[in-house]
Design a protein around this ligand. Structure first.
Ligand SMILES: C[S@@+](CC[C@H](N)C(=O)[O-])C[C@H]1O[C@@H](n2cnc3c(N)ncnc32)[C@H](O)[C@@H]1O
Length: 358
């Protein structure tokens, strides 16, 4: 058989092993997470090592779960590689080395728990998907349950951590301004996870976060109260244009940095809504201020070598809520329709941010 010839067994592995087991991994992981099994094991383990040994009886008793379901779930979870048999004790299991941290440790740079969790949440919406494929209809983001919306923004905040790193390494002047004080506005701050990372990075700066999701703003307020950040961080459940209309330019300073992290693709793509958003941002920024955009740039289907697996997943994951993404060229085209003069895509390894100025 020549090197390029397609073999049945390779094709079978591709679909039967990769896809079927992958699908089971999503389901098994998502269910285990909702049941709180991973939280239980994480609490049982130490901070240093995520390797935890346990018995089936222990989970049944501690978590009050049905033994038959648990046995079946664990069996599949072992097959999917989440757990392994632990030979050091009788009838024990353990979390799988290297793999398990990728599923539960948000500080791991290859952390994938929220992505698997996100796809798990897609499963119950298949009937809507079927209908929407035929009609082109979209689901409303706000019809998604609280549990889903909060997990989705945890995912964005992880991407946001790289945005902070790239910003602080490449935008020296703005970084210095925030270190010494300065004002940052996050539009679409969600549940506050991303804003929290910025406040921790720049404890001298002042922050405003706005979002149209009132439950998200309530959650952000509770984070602020928990850390006693009331003086430094203000948040409001308000749409940007309304915020702009009420902004008192005589009394309040404009912003040094405005941040849009994983928000733009969710904004209405039709008409000129996004242009209006950028007009408002332009007016709210100081003359030397910068707009930081953390967005997944997704090349089209016929530029496959340019797109990464994660980026394509992002597009597929959000198609049902009408998210609309750009690639580098279409984003530049969009910027030309706004008052901003400069937009630079800054890479750090494989991650990137847009830095946009007047
Ligand atoms: C994926 S979350 C990102 C949250 C946060 N920026 C982060 O990085 O963790 C997107 C957020 O944008 C908000 N959003 C969407 N459209 C918006 C708009 N037009 N104005 C303000 N917020 C908006 C949503 O409510 C949601 O909380």
């Amino acid at each position: 058989m020549s090197e390029n010839e397609i073999s049945f067994s390779d094709q079978l592995k591709k679909i039967a092993v990769k896809s079927l087991l992958g699908f089971q991994t999503v389901l098994v992981f998502g269910l285990g997470r909702r049941l709180g099994i991973f939280d239980y094991l994480q609490e049982k383990g130490s901070e240093e090592t995520l390797e935890v040994s346990f018995t089936i009886d222990e989970i049944v008793q501690e978590m009050n779960l049905d033994p038959t379901y648990l046995d079946s779930w664990l069996h599949m979870a072992i097959t999917c590689g989440l757990f392994e048999l632990d030979d050091s004790c009788e009838r024990c299991l353990k979390t799988a080395p290297y793999i398990y941290p990728l599923l539960v440790d948000r500080n791991n740079i290859f952390y994938m728990g929220d992505i698997l969790g996100g796809f798990y949440y897609m499963a119950p919406y298949q009937s809507e998907f079927l209908e929407n494929f035929k009609t082109g209809k979209r689901m409303d983001y706000f019809d998604l349950p609280y549990e889903v919306r909060i997990d989705v923004t945890k995912m964005s905040a992880i991407l946001g951590k790289r945005v902070i790193e790239i910003f602080s390494n490449s935008c020296e002047e703005s970084d210095k301004i925030l270190q010494e004080g300065g004002f940052l506005l996050e539009i679409g701050c969600g549940y506050g996870f991303n804003l929290k990372n910025w406040v921790e990075k720049y404890p001298q700066a002042h922050f405003v976060g706005i979002d149209i999701d009132n439950q998200a703003i309530d959650h952000t307020k509770s984070l602020i109260a928990e850390h006693n950040w009331q003086e430094q961080v203000k948040v409001e459940n308000i749409e940007l244009n309304e915020y702009f209309q009420h902004y008192d330019f005589r009394k309040e300073l404009r912003f040094d940095v405005v941040l849009l992290n994983q928000v733009l693709h969710e904004m209405e793509p039709k008409g000129n809504y996004r242009q209006l958003v950028f007009n408002d941002i332009y007016s709210l920024l100081k003359d030397e201020g910068i707009l930081i955009v953390g967005e997944t740039m997704i090349p089209g289907i016929f530029a496959p070598d340019q797109a990464r697996y994660f980026e394509i997943m992002h597009k597929w994951f959000e198609v049902g809520i009408g998210s609309h993404f750009y690639d580098k060229d279409t984003f530049m085209e969009f910027i030309k329709t706004t008052p901003f003069k400069n937009a630079e895509l800054i890479f750090d390894d494989r991650d990137y941010i847009w830095v946009i100025s007047k």
